[in-house]
Design a protein around this ligand. Structure first.
Ligand code: S3P
Length: 187
């Protein structure tokens, strides 16, 4: 990521598994930084005119992933914006390239136990909704995705056992250190 004089600050992008707090932490960070907050899932729902579970049920996952790629491509064009992404977004290398080009990408990590506890009824999470053993499903998906998550990220914040405030603070510390580094770099 390059930053020349006068260009906007980089985006702060949150990636990670479902229920790791990307939207909640993202909103908090946006408030602190004075940046707008955008959420790729909300953009997709608005465009499609229906909920994520309805998109999966009526149009299928590939259609959802196409909408997701288009939303991310558009969101990544902004600067000085906090962007929360859906849990599957980093599995597409094109999404990652767009997000990293204009943004500092933070992986929010949580252990499977905490993810399961935060998933609630799972009704709004189509990838977990049909699972007989949701814990096993979470562990399996996490293991599949972990390499792509880590490769996508400039920094990792493990929120296991932390409050939302503590997690947001760690994300902000990492982002601010990154921006300070960019500003020190010769033009
Ligand atoms: C998905 C995560 C969801 C949503 C969709 C698919 C995934 O977003 O994009 O249900 O593949 O992990 P959250 O991570 O915000 O729950």
């Amino acid at each position: 990521m390059n930053r020349s004089a006068g260009s906007p600050a980089p985006n702060l992008v949150l990636v990670g598994f479902m229920a790791t707090g990307k939207s909640t932490i993202g909103r908090r960070c946006a408030r602190e930084l004075g940046y707008p907050f955008r959420d790729s899932d909300s953009v997709i729902e608005r465009r499609a005119g229906k909920s994520i579970p309805a998109i999966f049920a009526e149009d299928g996952e590939p259609a959802f992933r196409r909408l997701e790629a288009a939303a991310i491509r558009e969101l990544a064009r902004a600067g000085a914006t906090v962007i929360a992404t859906g849990g599957g977004a980093p599995m597409n290398s094109g999404n990652v390239a767009y997000l990293r080009r204009t943004g500092f990408v933070v992986l929010l990590w949580s252990d499977p136990e905490e993810i399961l506890a935060r998933c609630g009824t799972r009704a709004n999470r189509p990838l977990l909704a049909g699972a007989n053993d949701p814990r096993a499903r979470i562990e399996c998906l996490l293991a599949q995705r972990e390499p792509a998550y880590r490769a996508a990220a400039h920094a990792v914040v493990d929120s296991t056992g932390l409050t939302r405030e503590e997690t947001a603070q760690r994300v902000l510390d990492a982002y601010r250190a990154h921006v300070a580094g960019l500003e020190r770099r010769p033009a």
